[in-house]
Design a protein around this ligand. Structure first.
Ligand code: UDP
Ligand code: MG
Length: 315
């Protein structure tokens, strides 16, 4: 069996060499051949130089270097496209995904599982972050159509047909957690102890996490749009009933001076609701806009075979 490891790297010079060593020593013998596909996601540090070095001394190491930072989703996609193995494992470069688990993943795959998911517990995470994450997953699972699980990320093994399924999905807005869940196939999950980053720092600022949360909500269903319709209908019904009531009251008892407060409250309330609704619709229109442009997910600058002349040369 041939195994491919896909490693997205964005400014990881501090850990790359250690990662390479750890993976090579931990994974020896777990498959007949093990290919390493590094993806340099437009790093501005010495990541690319290190990858060149690694590719020069390790005949089974390849790399793809992007023209700029396109994000981890794009990096994983390029890595999977490049990977030639019968199974692919996506693993972070920062050693937060313990390489000693690779053997177990391959074993489970051999027992017939298409997706082998390593789920991390939240040991060592800040209490607040854990609490926020818990609430997020509770809420999100009420809203989206696929099931998302806390601690389950991109660290997983995918069989060849699962990879092909992912590659066949051309959408521009890629939300992997959702895509992985969407493709299905026989899936097994095991937990491991969370590890802190070996060196370098996380690329997930609060703002980025917030955007991720909104993405996850919008990229997998149209429930927010549905919600907008229901809310609009609810408010319309209330104001309609209220109007009928006022007219009837005016006919029966004559017109008493009506309150401004009611009017203003209604205008502000409904105005706010409209803005919210337009915002939701705008988000979807924005997504359609991006999809309609059909831009590539990434641009490749070079691979271990040298600089790329035509993007179509990258397969
Ligand atoms: N990464 C990437 N492109 C990005 C951000 C991150 O390829 O724009 C890579 C990064 O190098 C690492 C993995 O994705 O290998 C996970 O990133 P990070 O460790 O920052 O995330 P965390 O573990 O904090 O969730
Ligand atoms: Mg990390």
């Amino acid at each position: 069996m041939r195994l491919s490891l896909v490693v997205p790297c964005f400014n990881e010079e501090a850990v790359l060499a250690r990662f390479h060593e750890a993976v090579r020593s931990e994974s020896a013998g777990i498959a007949d051949e093990i290919e390493l596909v590094f993806v340099d996601d437009g790093s501005s540090d010495g990541t690319l130089e290190l990858l060149k070095k690694i590719a020069a001394q390790d005949p089974e190491a390849k790399y793809v270097s992007f023209s700029r930072n396109f994000g981890k989703e794009s990096a994983m996609l390029a890595g999977m496209k490049r990977a030639s193995g019968d199974a692919v494992i996506i693993i972070d470069a920062d050693l937060q995904h313990p390489p000693e688990l690779l053997g177990r993943m391959v074993e489970l795959h051999k027992r017939g599982f298409d997706q082998v998911i390593a789920q991390r517990n939240r040991e060592g995470d800040k209490k607040l972050k854990t609490a926020v994450a818990r609430t997020y997953y509770k809420l999100i699972n009420k809203m989206v159509d696929v099931k998302l699980v806390d601690g389950v990320g991109d660290f997983r093994l995918l069989s060849r047909r699962a990879v092909d399924a992912l590659l066949s999905m051309p959408e521009y807005n890629r939300f992997s957690k959702g895509l992985f869940a969407w493709i299905g196939f026989d899936t097994v999950t095991f937990t491991y102890r969370n590890a802190v980053r070996e060196a370098g720092e996380t690329k997930w600022s609060f703002g980025r996490l917030l955007n991720y949360g909104v993405d996850s909500l919008l990229s997998f269903n149209n429930k927010p749009l549905r919600l907008a319709i229901y809310l609009g209908f609810l408010f319309f019904s209330i104001s309609f009933v209220y109007m009928v009531w006022i007219i009837v009251a005016a006919i029966l008892h004559g017109n008493h001076t009506p309150g401004y407060v009611t009017t203003i409250a209604a205008i502000v309330g409904i105005g706010g609701l409209q803005m919210f609704t337009v915002g939701v619709i705008g988000e979807y229109v924005g997504r359609i806009y991006y999809e309609a442009k059909q831009r590539p997910h990434y641009l490749v600058k070079e691979t271990e075979a040298g600089p790329l002349r035509h993007q179509s040369d990258f397969q």
